[in-house]
Design a binder for this molecule. Structure first.
Ligand SMILES: Nc1ncnc2c1ncn2[C@@H]1O[C@H](COP(=O)(O)OP(=O)(O)OP(=O)(O)O)[C@@H](O)[C@H]1O
Ligand SMILES: [Mg+2]
Length: 266
């Protein structure tokens, strides 16, 4: 359903996507794994048309989004739901208005129908009755669920989740994982999940893609990834500090910048 071909995205000297090619199968859960800075969010932004890649193609519904007109892109994007890293709720709007926002923005649906839709979506994420709370009154896990309710409010064909479980306790992580899986199986929604949580990814993924500084170093089923002999994959999934994956040059200089001269001398 989504096909990425030879995608390149650079920011100055940083190659965030280095000639990435992959597919996201219809009605399946694909998890993109990778360390911090490996290009996961960048890849999502290119696929969802939030940014234009330097080169390459993103085929969605049989059309190359990188060459689509603004109007076509806008239409196609209505079929995509997005749960942003950090939820990205509007602080000045209550939960109800946060979830209703895409409907008000993209449709002319009447207020009473909007009310029914918002209630139903809140119910789906287990937050019925929270309509009039403000985002600041919610816990991190609840905010993610409100973000999820907003992501599904337009009944998308595909949902992109950027780190849906980061910063959550194990039980909330399980709840979100189950929600993602349920939306996928019950509504047949194609799901693309960005994560660095190996355990919950292995539970929900039909397919896993591992990114390593802009390159795909592995893709396959959970079993295939678990049985991989690639040292970088093994190190990543076991979380070992020893192995081929090391701090990049930029990371080292970043840390260097944080140290005082005294600390550097010791
Ligand atoms: N708008 C931008 N301008 C400049 N550099 C950027 C921009 N967005 C991303 N980068 C760089 O591209 C690389 C990939 O970043 P990206 O946010 O995609 O990583 P990530 O895998 O999502 O990391 P994390 O797990 O920390 O969210 C990083 O080196 C980052 O500094
Ligand atoms: Mg990210």
């Amino acid at each position: 359903m989504i096909r990425v071909e030879n995608l390149v995205k650079t920011y100055g000297k940083i190659v965030a996507c280095n000639n990435v090619s992959c597919r996201f199968e219809e009605k399946k859960v694909t998890v993109i794994l990778g360390g911090s800075g490996s290009g996961k969010s960048t890849l999502l932004r290119q696929i969802t048309g939030l940014e234009k890649p330097d080169s390459g193609s993103v085929f969605f519904d049989g059309m190359d989004l990188t060459r689509a007109t603004k109007k076509t892109l806008y239409e196609k994007r209505k079929k995509m739901g997005m749960l942003f890293q950090g939820s990205a709720l509007f602080n000045y709007l209550d939960i109800y208005e946060n979830i209703a926002f895409p409907l008000r923005e993209h449709t002319r649906i009447a207020d009473n129908v909007i009310k029914n839709i918002v209630t139903m979506k809140l119910e789906m994420v287990g937050l019925r009755g929270t309509e009039h709370l403000m985002p600041s009154q919610l816990s991190g896990g609840m905010m993610k669920r409100v973000g999820l309710a907003r992501a599904i409010v337009m009944d998308p064909k595909v949902i992109f989740y950027d780190e849906p479980t980061s910063g959550l306790d194990p039980i909330s992580t399980g709840v979100i994982g189950k929600l993602i899986k349920d939306l996928n199986t019950k509504l047949g929604i194609t799901s693309v999940v960005v994560s660095h949580d190996i355990t919950s990814s292995f539970k929900i993924a039909d397919k896993i893609i591992i990114l390593y500084y802009g390159d795909i170093i592995a893709q396959g089923t959970v079993a295939e990834i678990q049985n991989s002999t690639d040292e970088r994959v093994v190190q990543f999934i076991t979380g070992s500090p020893e192995g081929p994956i090391a701090f990049t040059r930029s990371d080292t200089s970043y840390i260097d910048a944080l140290l005082t001269d005294n600390e550097k001398a010791t």
